[in-house]
Ligand binder design. Sequence first.
Ligand code: ARG
Length: 270
Amino acid sequence: MKSWKKLLLGLAGVFALTALAACSSSTNTLDKVKDKGTLTVALNPHFAPFEFKTIQDGKDTIVGADIEIAKAIADELGVKVKFSEMSFDNVLASVQSGKADIAISGISATKERQKIFDFSDSYYESETVLVVKKDATETYKQTSDFAKKSVAVQKGSIQENIAKANLSDANVVSLAQPGEAINELKSGQVEGVVLEKAIAQGYVDQNSDLAMSDIALKSDSNDAYAVAMPKGSDELKAKVNKVIAKLKKEGKIDSYVQDAYALSLKSSSK
Ligand code: ARG
């Protein structure tokens, strides 16, 4: 081949590569994930039965209903799944910065969050409750009984706002993990913990000194759980919604939650 032809071919190659690179820098979340071959999921695995750690085959493993959903999404995309563990108040930020592709962490798709993120269709209806000491259920009968008392919540969760709005005269303490909040309650540092019912149930079942209060807490936000994605993830969102619709139709989400709940009661680490 003549050398000028080689040069032309070479130039064409460089052109093609630059065009490819230019394309991929502007690709959507779906293409980004497919190119990498891995779906990185941000979560805070201290939230049984949705995500928590347990020992499986001698190894610390993250399990739960959200984990099954993440795996089903990765399967649909034909990629591997990687779980990126962090405190809950960093979960959404890591999707925003692009460190994680999506977040599945019992995240309530509130209106404020919808301004910053794309959310899938919801997959679980949540409800917020107050956990108290069993012997204090008679002392705390209404929200005003918490005046000048302390209640703990998970930092970055919607329960921070729910607690402040419903228990306006209480001192709301934000802690990194729900487990810490429960420990503070058990040791008498706080008088209540504001937590979602499915999670509270696990603590109440495992701690005979705790109970769920009858006090109803109002929430004005959209509390149902959904998968969070960066804004503009239309293609990925369509795939995620397809998976969620299928899992819901087959009754899988409920069975994931039930199975994970049973496992969480058995497992020592939460
Ligand atoms: N649903 C609440 C929220 O979105 C709490 C979620 C906490 N999740 C967790 N994995 N710790 O704010």
